[in-house]
Design a protein around this ligand. Structure first.
Ligand code: ATP
Ligand code: MG
Length: 452
């Protein structure tokens, strides 16, 4: 379960880890900021309250004692404040230490008041939940009064809510969006070279002559691309050396074969001579095929637009010219035109080998051309015959070089076993594939896929 939720893509994993880390760091940072803001709000609240209370006190103190109660009733008090005149300070029952109390006291002491106006005594009390504050200010005793006069103020103290400020939320959202965008960008940049390298490796596997990787970008990416290109070059040289060796042996064998053929003509025994010449024919065919194989591996024909429908019909026409008795059994089934990008000589060779097999081993050939079913899907080409079919369980091995079916070892069919090897080589170099299978109706089918 846990494994299924955890994405498999390196890019997505890195993005999740980075993004989670950034959001966590941001949340902690904003948390610290919020605590600081709460303190500031408390401070501001205290200062504000102190000033309001002092103003109120001064107004009351400047009024003659007898008119103070009336004046207080007529005063418009700021929101959250209530005040009354009393003979005693606020009840001491609610005492609770408040940090704001200290601030208020400090502020009051700071306000420079003439001695005649200064309160004779100050009592500051907070309610237990700190949502209210009681301030008692004893007015300077006046001979006209019999008992002391207190101005008792009750002030509401709403708890600070710094996280409710809209700019804080906006800042959080903005930072999250920026973090997400940067993470996405970084991860895409970081993981792109991995995908490029995988694609290049895939291409090199199909075609050793594939174009080299561009050595651009950050130093480590360039280094990886350069190492990959060096590896590809070494591989290419290795394959070329071996192919050249094969071609050289094939080439050098031709001269002794020709010499032997001339000498065989002088053999007196008719039957022996015929057998020797037949063996030499086999040898020559082998050498020719080997040379041809070497040529495909080293050919550097450029890819160009190619009409597969025309190519298929040409192959069948050529086969019909060679074997007119089979003309009726060579059928094309497909659209009038279907263009792909391909190396035309090589592709003709590959499909030609498959058609040749169908004719040689199945006595018939039907080329079915199937256009791509959707955008990006490959073109399919099926080459079918009505022959005996392939030896069961051996369809993959038939692609090995010089591999021939048991029945084909007789001389009449005369192949060397390179036809399928060459066809697969060429199709894979085009980014395609070929497989063999027996048809349920009987006969064999070669299925080709080519990128559209
Ligand atoms: N359509 C087919 N029906 C039956 N057997 C087939 C068919 N195609 C190929 N085979 C078998 O696969 C073997 C390998 O085929 P491949 O084309 O590689 O070599 P080949 O035809 O023997 O020689 P060549 O190099 O001249 O093509 C053949 O010898 C044959 O036994
Ligand atoms: Mg063949």
């Amino acid at each position: 379960m846990r494994l299924r939720l955890w994405p498999r893509s390196l890019a997505v994993r890195t993005a999740i880890i980075l993004f989670t880390g950034l959001v966590l760091a941001q949340t902690v940072g904003l948390g610290i900021e919020t605590i600081g803001r709460a303190g500031l709000q408390r401070l501001e609240q205290g200062r504000h309250l102190a000033l309001r209370v002092m103003e109120l006190y001064i107004t009351v103190a400047k009024t003659p004692p007898a008119q103070r109660a009336m004046a207080l009733r007529e005063l418009r008090l700021p929101a959250g404040l209530t005040a009354q005149l009393d003979s005693a300070p606020p009840a001491r029952l609610l005492v609770s230490p408040l940090p704001v109390q200290q601030l208020v006291r400090l502020n009051m002491a700071l306000v420079p008041l003439p001695p005649s106006l200064r309160p004779a005594e100050v009592v500051l009390l907070g309610s237990p939940a700190q949502e209210q504050m009681m301030i008692g200010l004893r007015l300077v005793d006046d001979p006209a009064l019999t008992e002391p006069q207190w101005l008792n103020v009750t002030a509401a103290l709403p708890a600070p809510r710094p996280w409710q400020e809209p700019d804080l939320l906006a800042a959080f959202l903005l930072m999250t969006a920026v973090a997400a965008a940067l993470t996405g960008w970084a991860v895409v940049r970081l993981s792109a070279p991995v995908a490029t390298l995988a694609a290049a490796a895939e291409q090199l596997g199909a075609d050793v002559n594939a174009a080299p990787l561009a050595e651009v970008g950050p130093s480590d990416v360039t280094a990886a691309a350069a190492a990959f290109n060096r590896m590809a070059a070494r591989l290419r040289r290795f394959v070329q050396d071996r192919t050249l060796l094969l071609a050289a042996i094939g080439h050098d064998l031709r001269t002794p074969i020709t010499r032997l053929r001339l000498r065989a003509e002088f053999v007196a025994d008719e039957e022996l001579r015929a057998k020797m010449l037949a063996d030499l024919d086999d040898l020559e065919a082998l050498v020719t095929a080997t040379l041809a194989f070497g040529r495909t591996a080293t050919s550097r024909e450029p890819a160009a637009p190619l009409d597969l429908a025309v190519l298929a019909r040409t192959l069948l026409d050529e086969a019909a010219d060679a074997r007119p008795e089979l003309a009726e059994r060579l059928v094309y089934d497909g659209p009038e035109h279907l263009t792909v990008r391909a190396r035309s000589m090589a592709l003709k060779r590959a499909l030609g080998n498959l058609v040749a097999n169908a004719i040689a081993y199945g006595g018939s050939a039907r080329i079915r051309l199937l256009p791509p079913e959707a955008a990006g899907a490959p073109v399919r080409i099926e080459i079918e015959d009505d022959g005996p079919g392939l030896p069961p369980g051996e369809t993959e091995q038939l692609f090995d070089p010089f591999r021939r079916g048991e029945e084909s070892r007789s001389r009449e069919t005369g192949g060397v076993g390179l036809g399928l090897t060459i066809a697969r080589d060429i199709l894979r170099a085009h980014g395609g594939e070929v497989t063999l299978a027996n048809r349920s109706e009987g006969g064999a089918r070669a299925s080709v896929r080519l990128p559209a």
